[in-house]
Design a protein. Structure first.
Length: 419
């Protein structure tokens, strides 16, 4: 097991380069089951989730390799085993997005049902009803989803909620369906646009990505492509949180300010100065931040994945913040860990009330998921003494060289591997 040790730091100064988006690459890798041949992806982060997704592709019969840093080559044969085993889906629920492309290409798929996680129960009903609308027969038995279709036919799909995963599964199934599919109330995240761009490069006909209505004309076949991933806006937000908490001035190279409008606006209200620059995003925090209320919403609203970071920032800001979670029912375990660091945070239903303090107090804490782990580590930048974040492997799922990048801008942070 490994831990990350953080001591009070700041001001931070310098440049951090942001890696490619985790939530994009996982879906692009799922999309490679749609056509045989060689894919070449660039700006691929070196993170555990990519390794697991590559393992899943390998289990189906594909080959993956990383010829150079940031590059990933996938070789997809004509025939694949259209199955996602329990061991891999259980580790990473995002693997559910292979369901749509597998059934579209092979007419059948057998994918383990993902379990719950720290975010709450996380149902997949919308994924399944979208695939049923396209003509797939779905059965749940022995912990697996069995989907079959002789032919998928374009249909009108109205999502009850703009679910990212359901939009992606439906989109990847519809690209090979007969006729036109319309997905209403589709998710609009930049990662959805990246997937649509990738699919269109492969020969798909997807219109409207980035809006809440997607129109997809099915095509007979697709072909493999090269693609450079968009940057990870949540990773960029993590470094913005770090400089907000520790103070200083950072350039976040490669960040896309246009993907982070609402966050940049919020952090501006909290007292940070942030502006686009040639390299990406420039940010400065020259005084203690001021709390503001925060409410998570589907894109272009404030992402739920930013929330642990914003709560961490609020624990050391001046005044009181009310943070409202509108996407997931759970996702509060990190609050108890922040309380162990002396933070004044209370949860009430889907609200969190944070009363800011000048300083936190370093403590042993535990990372329960990727973003919670990162939030605890950046909170440690303003915690007297030493903060030890256990279960740092959660952070490795979504962050490439997390410790090294923060050390590079002056953070007092190190990794302790307990072998
Ligand atoms: C993705 C992201 C995750 C992010 C989330 C919301 C990946 C790998 N993960 O997760 O980091 O926090 O979007 O931006 O891209 N829901 C249902 N039924 C369904 C599907 C979803 O009720 O069939 C609910 C969920 O429980 C949740 C809400 O819809 O309350 C949004 O979930 P969704 O957008 O699907 O999240 P993910 O795609 O799982």
């Amino acid at each position: 097991m490994s831990a990350i040790v953080v001591r009070p730091s700041g001001p931070l100064e310098g440049t951090i380069a942001v890696s490619g988006a985790k939530n994009s690459v996982l879906k692009l890798l799922a999309a490679t089951v749609l056509a045989p041949g060689r894919y070449h992806l660039r700006n691929v982060p070196d993170i555990a989730d990519v390794a697991w997704m590559s393992e899943l592709l390998t289990a189906m019969g594909m080959r993956t390799n990383r010829p150079a840093p940031g590059e990933l080559v996938v070789d997809a044969p004509e025939d694949l085993l259209p199955e996602a085993p329990y061991e891999l889906v259980e580790k990473m629920r995002a693997s559910i997005v292979v369901l749509g492309p597998l059934v579209a290409r092979f007419g059948r798929a057998r994918v383990s049902l993902p379990g719950g996680d720290d975010f709450g129960s996380r149902p997949i009903d919308m994924h399944l009803s979208a695939l049923s609308a396209l003509g797939a027969t779905i059965e749940l038995a022995h912990g697996f989803i069995e989907a079959r279709a002789t032919v998928l036919r374009g249909a009108r799909i109205g999502l009850d909620f703009p679910s990212v995963g359901a939009t992606e599964n439906a989109m990847m199934a519809a690209v090979l369906a007969k006729g036109t599919t319309v997905i209403d109330n589709a998710a609009r995240e930049p990662e959805i646009v990246d997937l649509a761009t990738f699919l269109n490069r492969m020969g798909a006909q997807v219109r409207g990505a980035g809006s809440s209505r997607l129109e997809i004309d099915g095509v007979d076949a697709l072909s493999p492509v090269e693609h450079t991933l968009i940057p990870d806006r949540i990773e960029a937000a993590t470094y913005l949180a770090a400089v907000g908490i520790a103070g200083g001035e950072l350039t976040i190279a490669g960040a896309r300010p246009d993907h982070m409008d609402m966050l940049v606006h919020k952090l501006g209200q909290m007292g940070m100065r942030i502006s686009p620059c040639n390299e990406g995003l420039w940010a400065m925090a020259s005084r203690r931040l001021t709390s503001v209320d925060i409410s998570t919403l589907p894109y272009p609203g404030l992402a739920t994945d930013y929330k642990p970071l914003l709560v961490a920032m609020s624990t050391v800001a001046d005044s009181v913040a009310i943070v409202t979670e509108n996407i997931f029912s759970g996702r509060f375990r990190y609050v108890d860990e922040l309380v162990r660091m002396g933070a004044d945070v209370r949860t009430d239903g889907h609200h969190v009330v944070v009363r800011g303090k000048e300083w936190l107090s370093g403590a042993p804490v535990r990372a329960h998921d990727i973003r919670a782990g990162a939030a605890l580590a950046v909170a440690g930048l303003r915690a007297q003494g030493e903060t030890v974040v256990a279960d740092a492997h959660h952070i490795d799922r979504g962050y490439e060289r997390f410790v090294e990048k923060l050390r590079g801008v002056g953070a007092d942070i190190e990794r302790k591997d307990d072998r």
